[in-house]
Design a protein around this ligand. Structure first.
Ligand code: HEM
Length: 234
């Protein structure tokens, strides 16, 4: 039997796939071959634009995780955070495409970018603020339950609060891994010398790789190890 593929959805596009996915608009968002000053602009825009989409998803999942956490629904909050974490892993993997972008070609594309910098990424900014909000919601839960952060380790994976704390550590680590990989890309493609004078863009990137949203959760881990080894934390 032949399937009927005639579109039923409203809106522009020849098929329902095109209408629902908005492919006409989406595929028109990259500079055309007539507009580009270098053919690798397509590679550059595809990696950045798809990263923006994954970051949009990550920020939405983080926001919903925060709402669930405030409602005391810990397992759904954890599941949503795990999705956001996978999105960051996927944008880390797609940085691999820059392996095939040479510093000479990257340099040739610069005039097309104006004063643009990845530091202005709206997706990244949303993810940053959503991460901080998640941290504050977690602190509220700890306060409500009267659990000090230091008590969360060693993780008891049968306890939803501990599981969520583990997922938050994983989130922090994945963001840091993205930053570490991105730093290497900046060195390799951007033609910057490795961590040179303090205050250079790449030195800043190297420092940011050490950033943590939830430092108290990392600290709790070290403390419990020290205690197990009989090291006095005083
Ligand atoms: C050829 C690829 C890339 C190069 C050479 C590069 C280079 C740089 C450099 C040098 C900086 C430091 C600030 C500045 O000087 O503007 C920076 C910052 C940044 N870039 Fe990239 N970048 C690349 C790809 C990407 C991609 C795909 C994203 C994804 C959205 C991204 C997001 C960011 C963010 C968020 C920052 C701020 C630093 C942070 O919060 O960790 N960059 N980039």
């Amino acid at each position: 039997m032949k399937h009927n593929h005639s579109p039923v959805l409203p809106g522009p596009g020849a098929t329902d796939y095109a209408r629902y996915m908005r492919t006409d608009t989406l595929l028109g968002l990259q500079r055309s071959s007539g507009e580009v000053i270098h053919r690798d602009e397509l590679l550059f825009q595809v990696v950045h634009q798809s990263a923006e989409l994954w970051l949009k998803l990550a920020a939405a999942e983080l926001a919903e995780a925060t709402a669930r956490l405030d409602a005391g629904e810990l397992p759904p909050a954890e599941a949503l955070l795990v999705r956001a974490t996978l999105a960051v892993r996927l944008i880390t993997d797609q940085l691999e495409m820059f392996r095939y972008l040479s510093p000479v070609d990257f340099q040739a594309m610069q005039p097309a970018f104006g004063n643009g910098s990845g530091a202005e990424s709206p997706g990244w900014r949303h993810v940053q603020s959503a991460s901080r909000q998640l941290g504050r919601a977690f602190d509220r839960q700890l306060a409500d339950r009267g659990v000090p952060a230091a008590d969360l380790c060693p993780a008891d994976l049968s306890d939803p609060l501990h599981r969520l704390a583990e997922a938050m550590v994983e989130w922090d680590e994945r963001v840091s891994l993205w930053r570490t990989r991105h730093y290497q890309v900046a060195l390799r493609v951007g033609g910057h010398p490795p961590a040179d004078a303090s205050g250079s863009p790449t030195t800043m990137l190297a420092k940011l790789a050490g950033h943590r949203f939830f430092p108290e959760l990392w600290q709790a881990r070290t403390q419990s190890t020290a205690e197990e080894n009989g090291i006095d934390k005083a």
